[in-house]
Design a protein around this ligand. Sequence first.
Ligand SMILES: [Mn+2]
Length: 309
Amino acid sequence: MNETYIFGHQNPDTDATLSSICYGKYLESKWMNIKVIKLWELNNETKYLLNLLDIEEPPTVTNLAEWSDIVLTDHNDKSQSIADREKYNILQVIDHHNFGNFSTGKPAFIRAEPLCSSCSVIYKIFVENNYSIDQKTASMLIAAILSDSLFWKSPTSTDEDKEIVNKLNQIAEIKDLEKFAMDMFAAKSDLGDISIEEIIKSDYKMFEVNGTKFGVGVLETTNPAYSLDKKEAIAEELNNIRTKSWLDFIMFSVVDIIQEVNTTISGSDEDKKIISEAFWVDFEWCTADLGNVLSRKKQVIPVLNKYFG
Ligand SMILES: [Mn+2]
């Protein structure tokens, strides 16, 4: 039986990783030969969770044999996926993002819903198929949902997501969900001694609209001062990445999860002009206060798509 590879997006976050692990386990129960992989190193939040829940870290694999079968979770966009994706055969996609840059060679199983996390969609698939959810799986699904929803602060959160977490917690039995989430965010915010490029790329996605290629990095943190203190260096590195990756535009936002404020950094006059016009904000040196803009998917990308469209 051929191996089927399952993975989330590049620069994987908690939802990307845990959705692959949980959904991979489910596909295995359907007698598929599944190999969970990741496309890049994990962030500290996901590492903390794998350690806490005693789950094996999937290997990083960036190149597969041609025409390998693949299943995508938490993304569909080509520019956020495995390199040269057209070389592979997409069997399934489980997602909660928009479809702007996606096609398959063969018919595929696609399931996407506007819920706050891919793991919410996966929970629904499990229930619909009478798949029994064990305690560890329930904890992983909860972790991913709370991570993507920033403990319900993100406007992507829906009542259905909250209901799903309540149902899952009857199995997971996590005593204090808020503490569980805050510990996870603290782990994510503990960046240690990482480079400026790693700060920008820790949660970074590329997009293409109407021939305009752009990158958007978001750092969700309980400790915004850590990166805002390095704003000049970040602004400079943004310009380097823009040149290296042949981008037309790049922005990086520090999202304070506690105060619910987005401070966006930019190092070039062109990028500042775009951000100012698109979000109606002014720059003070290299930062602009975007206010309560917490979700890249729901509050940043639609604005940029409209601007560049
Ligand atoms: Mn997600």
